[in-house]
Design a binder for this molecule. Structure first.
Ligand SMILES: [Zn+2]
Length: 285
């Protein structure tokens, strides 16, 4: 059945964590609505997954960062420079928390050699490698073609600021949590959304057997029981886990979530797509 032009699509490009995995790449999602294509976060191999998804890279020039942890940003030089080398016209637009402008300026410094050489031998324009940065605060940060992106603060302390994004299009809506602990603010911004994408940590926080490193990682995120409470209080049509840290068994993540949430739940996978229309269709890779 043909989808109408009002469908809001989200494709998970990377559902992984800093840990190296071949089946889960770094954090990233592609949002498509009408003529708009947005990338949310840019972890390891984002451009590679975009290619696997069949998305023309020259059409992608808008990047929104939830926070500046490397597992959400190491894919940026690839997303920025490779399409440029193949003929992207115009700058890469980047929205992100305080610190984004400095990071992007340092990337420009680091890749100065490439920025100078390619215009010489590839006959492309240096100005098309320009970066236009906007450092964001909570609120509506982007609006075009009927689509709106609202940033809201989440709790990833000591990483501050860290944001989640709510995307609205033609009465449809999704929320991407970014990395967060249990966040009342996220619940406030997620009321009744169609799809809520959320991170989770699979450890029991009261487990005395945790190493110091495991404990500090788990402190940045929330348990499945807590995530279930977030889902119950937000009432999305569909809840989706992505960016699952410190887990050994997906079944355990699900059963622990079920202690506090009995609504629809999916475990996100790389290249899984969600088509939000009158209903939510899940397209598996
Ligand atoms: Zn993080």
């Amino acid at each position: 059945m043909a989808e109408d032009m009002r469908t809001l699509k989200v494709t998970l490009l990377g559902t992984g964590t800093p840990r190296l995995q071949t089946n889960r790449y770094g954090s990233s999602a592609l949002v498509e609505a009408g003529a708009e294509k947005l990338i949310i976060d840019c972890g390891r191999c984002t451009l590679q997954r975009l290619f696997e998804n069949g998305t023309p890279m020259l059409e992608v020039n808008k990047l929104f960062l939830t926070h500046l942890h490397s597992d959400h940003t190491v894919g940026i030089p690839d997303l920025w420079l490779t399409p440029w080398a193949f003929g992207r016209k115009g700058p890469l637009f980047v929205w992100g928390p305080k610190g984004t402008r400095k990071m992007m300026a340092k990337f420009e410094e680091a890749f100065e050699f490439d920025l100078q050489m390619r215009p010489v031998h590839d006959k492309i324009l240096r100005e098309d490698a320009r970066v236009e940065c906007e450092e964001i605060e909570e609120g509506l940060i982007y609006e075009a073609g009927g689509l709106g992106v609202t940033a809201f603060e989440v709790d990833h302390r000591p990483v501050r600021p860290a944001y989640g994004y709510r995307i609205d299009f033609e009465g449809r809506s999704v929320v991407i949590s970014g990395d967060t602990r249990f966040s009342e603010n996220l619940i406030r911004f997620s009321q009744g959304v169609d799809v809520l994408f959320h991170n989770v940590a699979g450890v029991h926080k009261d487990d005395t057997g945790l190493s110091e490193r495991e404990r500090s990682i788990s402190d940045l995120h929330l348990t499945p029981e807590e995530a279930g409470e977030v889902f119950s209080r937000s009432s999305p049509k569909l809840a989706v886990y992505t960016h699952m840290v410190l887990y050994s068994d997906i079944g355990e993540i699900i059963s622990r979530t079920r202690k506090t949430y009995d609504g629809p739940l999916e475990i996100g996978e790389d290249l899984m797509s969600f088509h939000v229309g009158d209903t939510v269709r899940v397209i598996r890779p």
